[in-house]
Design a protein around this ligand. Sequence first.
Ligand SMILES: C[S@@+](CC[C@H](N)C(=O)[O-])C[C@H]1O[C@@H](n2cnc3c(N)ncnc32)[C@H](O)[C@@H]1O
Length: 214
Amino acid sequence: MNAAAKVLDPCSASRMMWFDKQDQRALFGDIRDEEHVLCDGRVLKVEPNVIMDFRSLPFEDGAFKLVVFDPPHLKYAGKDSWLRAKYGVLTNDWRDDISKGFAECFRVLASDGVLIFKWAEDQIKVSELLALTDEKPLFGHKSGKREKTHWITFMKRSTMTEAQLPLIPRWAVLPHPPRHAGFLQPDREVPGYTLEQMLEYGRVCAIEAVKQSK
Ligand SMILES: C[S@@+](CC[C@H](N)C(=O)[O-])C[C@H]1O[C@@H](n2cnc3c(N)ncnc32)[C@H](O)[C@@H]1O
């Protein structure tokens, strides 16, 4: 595990979906650390780098560039079933859990960071899940023979404060307004300016100021 990991998988189970299960760019979490022997004799290991609870993640705000959120999708699964061993099960408070999970995943994502949400629509409709976050997805894809597995992409909205935005210079040479005299005497009533013209001039000035700040 790389201490400076940029990718977080907070409920990674046995990392089935990972091409490289030891990818050093990622931090693998789960609420359990267990080993199971499946009915075909294969061993299933859930060995997170860090035991964590997606409802309360032990990371600072904005710590990751990419988070993949693949929580349990089953309300019911046999006590000793392979489904339970592989995917875990939801609690009775699953709406609250997942809603906290979404909030936490977005909190630990950097501004403009990407969240991939995976959901298998077996027992609960994906629309019920999307209702548990205020963030709006960008696009998605369905996979599997019956197209029940949804891969949904979000991008965290920019959370930069004005102080963090690249500073626009205090002094910039701005283009002349459409009618110079009016701007030199702002209190004077100047006939002929529309709100649109004023807004357009403001926009042109802002673009010019940003250009000069680079
Ligand atoms: C659907 S499986 C993830 C499968 C995984 N993506 C893979 O490729 O194998 C969901 C996992 O979430 C874990 N989990 C359940 N509740 C959790 C919680 N509150 N915090 C962290 N992990 C949790 C379960 O133990 C289970 O291993």
